[in-house]
Write a protein that binds this ligand. Structure first.
Ligand code: NAD
Length: 346
């Protein structure tokens, strides 16, 4: 028995996602994702919003991230397990789904481990383009794991970064990142401490994984006028930035009810002022107001960014060879004869 076309859901495997990225080109895909994210941030108020639903365990977290704009509904399943790399597994893996609100039928099921790295990097660079000091050319990239090349390439493609200074507590991770970035046009410097990595950098990206109140940037390390792109503090009990830096700088977030639980600002009082980044992008709130200001993007990753990424993939694969039609939905000819469909299959 063959399922009807309307019940077949486009499924993008990891292999197809990688082919799609190569077909579009990494830089163009990062720019395309940033455009979709910017479009959705501009209509932020249309979305259903909720902090993600998190299930915590001793070693990690499993999260569901839903949202809807009234026309489409999307969600991502994502984990965060810092100990995984020691066992040869990813810290972060993900898959996601986009559905038509009108019928409730899914219109896309896709891998999102690659896509999360791309969308996180596109968001970081979009925000850096908005908040970083004018003429920024150099980024410190602290934490050289799975996200790091994506972060570096997005900053190059979207925020004008030409130099990246790498540091990781594991020198092998830095060597891997430097080798992967060879030939991209970025000038790459491998450093042996976080202090060395931030020398001369206008953008400081922290993208480490440790289920702890870590201090990747201490108060005395950070001077005036930089932009901090804090990626790795994204879970209760998991932070990267010293509270003294947070109180000296101006903090920009995705969705405050989620960031107050998960972001670096979990270290600050509940009422510490933060600015929602979508408001800066729409002109409703101020971003950088002086050369000496420290701006901090306390990134945790929000459902609307995944929704944008799902929309981008749905639009990019239409009419292409980059998906399989998946027999995911039981769809009998007579909609009320589900049992008859089962019986005939016997
Ligand atoms: P990963 O495990 O592949 O890499 C993390 C790297 O950090 C490792 O190489 C590790 O050696 C290094 N590290 C750990 N402690 C360090 C320290 N004190 N100083 C320097 N380096 C240190 O993880 P990943 O997939 O690259 O993710 C990095 C972090 O980003 C994770 O915490 C993840 O949860 C988070 N993340 C956030 C978002 C978001 O939207 N904000 C999206 C994806 C991932």
């Amino acid at each position: 028995m063959t399922p009807s076309d309307k019940a077949l859901v486009p499924f993008v495997s990891v292999d197809h996602m990688m082919q799609l990225v190569h077909h579009i080109g990494v830089a163009d895909m990062l720019r395309g994702l940033a455009d979709y994210i910017a479009h959705d941030f501009a209509r932020w108020e249309q979305f259903d919003k909720t902090p993600r639903v998190a299930s915590h365990s001793a070693e990690g977290v499993i999260e569901l991230m839903p949202t809807s704009d009234g026309e489409n509904y999307g969600f991502k399943y994502v984990n965060g397990h810092p100990k995984n790399t020691a066992d040869g597994l990813q810290t972060v893996t993900a898959f996601g789904l986009l559905a038509d609100v009108d019928t409730g039928y899914p219109v896309l099921l896709t891998e999102m481990t690659m896509l999360t790295a791309l969308r996180t990097a596109a968001t970081s660079a979009l925000v850096a383009r908005t908040l970083a000091p004018r003429g920024a050319t150099t980024m410190a990239m602290i934490g050289n794991g799975a996200q790091s090349e994506f972060q570096s390439l997005a900053m190059q493609a979207i925020a004008g970064i030409t130099h990246v200074r790498l540091y990781d507590i594991d020198a092998a991770a830095t060597a891997k990142c430097a080798a992967n970035l060879a030939g991209t046009g970025l000038h790459v410097t491998a450093c042996t401490s976080a202090q060395e990595a931030i020398e001369g950098a206008q953008i400081l990206t922290t993208c480490t994984a440790d289920k702890a109140y870590a201090t990747i940037l201490t108060d005395n390390m950070v001077g005036a006028g930089v932009h901090i792109n804090a990626i790795g503090g994204d879970c209760p009990g998991k932070t990267e930035i010293a509270p003294g830096i947070l109180t000296r700088g101006d903090i920009f977030v995705e969705y405050p009810p989620q960031t107050r639980i998960e972001g670096d600002i979990q270290q600050l009082p509940e009422d510490h002022p933060v600015t929602e980044i979508w408001q800066v992008m729409t002109g409703a709130a101020k971003g950088r107001t002086s050369d000496r200001q420290i701006t901090i993007f306390d990134s945790v990753g929000f459902a609307i960014e995944d929704f944008s990424a799902l929309r981008y993939v749905r639009d990019s694969i239409a009419g292409s060879r980059f998906y399989h039609p998946l027999d995911l939905l039981a769809d009998p000819d007579d909609p009320r004869d589900l049992f008859g469909m089962l019986q005939r299959a016997g």
